[in-house]
Ligand binder design. Sequence first.
Ligand SMILES: O=C(O)C(=O)Cc1ccccc1
Length: 306
Amino acid sequence: MSKLAYLGPQGTFCEAALRLLAPDVERLPCANVGAALDAARDGDADGAVVPLENSVEGAITQTLDELAKGRSLHITGEVLLPVEFSLLVRPGTELGQIKRIITHPAAHTQCRGYIERELPGAVVIAGSSTAAAAQEVSVPGSPYDAAISPAIAGEYYGLDAIASDIGDRSDTVTRFIQVSRPGPLPEPTGADRTSLVAFLRDDHPGALLEMLSEFAVRGVNLTRIESRPTGDGIGRYFFHFDLEGHVADARVGEAVSGLHRLCGDLRFLGSYPRADRVATQVKPGTADGDFDEAAQWLGKIRAGLA
Ligand SMILES: O=C(O)C(=O)Cc1ccccc1
C-alpha cells in the first residue's frame, strides 16, 4: 500500500483533501508543509498532499516557496475542498472567556470578520495547522482558549464547537495538490494544468512581458501567476505560473521550451488533470495538428520542395 505525507496532525483540511485524492493509502502526518514535502523527497512517503491556494486569500506562500527550492517534485493531481471553520473550545468555556485563539494563518485571515465582531479583544496566534491548534487547546492548562479548526478536529481532540461556519465567506474553496518524486507524467486528458517556476537570467525592462509572450503567441491561457521574492534583495523576484494544458500538447511544450531559453532556471512542476475538469481552451491555429502541419510545411520549404 502506498503512503502519502500531509500537513497534520489528524483532522486538518489537508487530511480531508488527501482522503478525497487517495482514499485507500496509508497517511503520514507531518508537522509542516516543508516536512511533508521532504518526506516525499526522501522516500519516507510515496508522495505528499499540501495546500496550494485559497479562493479568498490566494496562495499558501510557504508551499510555493518550498516547491521552488530543494529537490524537484512533480504535481500529479489536485482537489478543490470547500473549507468551513468552527471555533473550538474546552467543554465549559464561554465566548466571553476567549482571549487567546490559535489557528493556521490561512484560517485566521478568512475569519477576521467574525473575530472583530464577536471577539474584538482576542489575540490570534499562528499555529502550524488548524488541527495542531485544536490539539494545543485540548491540553489541560493550555495557554490558548480556542482554536479555529475544521469541526472534525473537535471530535478528535475532545473540544466543543462554540460557533460554526465562522468564515467571512461561506463559499471558500482551497486547492490542494498531490506531489511525488519526478516520474512518468499523468496522461493528457484534455482538461489539464501545467505548473512552472521561472527564475530570470537577468533583470531588464520587459523581462516579464517576454515570458508572458511565450504563452500568448501560442494561445496558452494562464490560470495563476505569482511573484515571490528570491530572498537575494529588494526587487529580486521569481515567478510561479499555472497554465491550461499538458506539456505533451504541442502548444504548451513549445511555450515551455521557449521559456527555458529565456530563463536562467525553469523548474517544471508537472502536468496533471484539473480538479474542475474545465477543458483546455484551444484557439484556432494552436491545436497539435496545426503545429504538425506547420512543421511539415517548414520541412518542405527547407528541402526546396515548396
Ligand atoms: O491547517 C489546515 O487544516 C490546512 O490544511 C491548511 C489550511 C488552513 C486553512 C485553510 C485551508 C488550508
